[in-house]
Design a protein around this ligand. Structure first.
Ligand code: ATR
Length: 267
């Protein structure tokens, strides 16, 4: 079978390495390539994909919203999230899904209990996917610089601006979905980790760098920290399952991504 990821820019994507590791581990001879699509040519996406005779593809920045206009059907979760990151092609029809939220949930299985108090920092696409998924079983609060974005979501969720954040000790899980704390962002982390409960799990959806400034600060407070590598792997594993109906080899995928990241860091 033939798969791809479309995006712009896309050359640094680890998806081809990750998916090939899975194909190899399962003894499959599928292909997965990275397709760079200039946004100026995105309106030709049907022809571009048809020409490649793909069975499915992943969608990344900046096309996760625009691709929805080209799907014949979009599942309910992707509609609520307002973005598609996985397209299944069957009988020439495009079926849109979003595996980001489920990928996050599965990557956190060891740390989630029912009914947790969850604080999500940021209100972009990743935040919406994680918020919608986690709110099915947990009490989720979303914090952002402004509330407009959150108020346009098609589901109701508790939200507040950063300056209204108090009583941080009530949260069991804090997730950073903003770029603050990445290399190059000089601003201090949005919340101060010493105000968190000692049992709070601190998660950042970024995985390059391996530890953002936010995670380093949490680590200094002896809190459990988790970066976004697991989410990346699990969203890919779920895409593979949508395309093939087979269970992905998550261990092989994780190892491939970790090895590729180590190689990059040595360059
Ligand atoms: P994605 O869709 O990949 O999750 P995004 O749409 O670029 O990312 O959203 C990024 C989030 O990070 C947004 O919530 C954004 O806040 P605003 O809605 O207020 O713009 C947040 N963000 C980006 N830069 C930030 C900064 N310097 N400080 C605080 N929040 C920031």
């Amino acid at each position: 079978m033939n798969f791809a990821v479309i995006g712009y820019p896309i050359s640094h994507s680890l998806s081809p390495i990750m998916h090939h590791a899975n194909f190899k581990a399962l003894g499959r001879d599928d292909e997965y390539c990275a397709l760079s699509i200039d946004p100026k040519h995105f309106h030709h996406i049907k022809d571009i994909i048809d020409e490649k005779a793909l069975d499915g593809f992943n969608v990344t920045i900046p096309f996760k919203i625009d691709i929805m206009n080209y799907c014949d059907e979009i599942d309910t979760t992707a509609q609520m999230i307002g973005a598609v990151n996985t397209v299944l092609i069957k009988n020439n029809k495009w079926f849109g899904y979003n595996t980001d939220g489920l990928g996050y949930l599965l990557s956190m299985q060891d740390y989630l209990r029912d009914d947790m108090n969850v604080l999500i920092l940021g209100a972009g696409g990743a935040s919406r996917a994680i918020s919608y998924t986690l709110m099915q079983n947990h009490r989720v609060t979303v914090a952002n610089r402004s509330l407009e974005r959150i108020q346009s979501w098609p589901f109701e969720i508790e939200c507040l601006t950063y300056d209204r954040l108090d009583n941080l000790s009530r949260y069991d899980l804090v997730i950073n979905t903003t770029p603050v704390g990445m290399t190059g962002y000089d601003e201090p982390s949005i919340i101060r980790c010493h105000n968190l409960n000692k049992s709070c799990v601190v998660s950042d959806i970024i995985y390059t760098p391996e530890k953002t400034a936010f995670l380093k600060e949490a680590k200094l407070q002896d809190l459990k920290i988790i970066n976004g590598l697991g989410m990346f792997v699990m969203q890919g594993a779920k895409s593979f399952e949508i395309w093939t109906g087979d269970v992905a080899d998550v261990e092989a995928m994780t190892l491939a991504v970790q090895t590729a990241l180590k190689g990059r860091n040595q360059c």
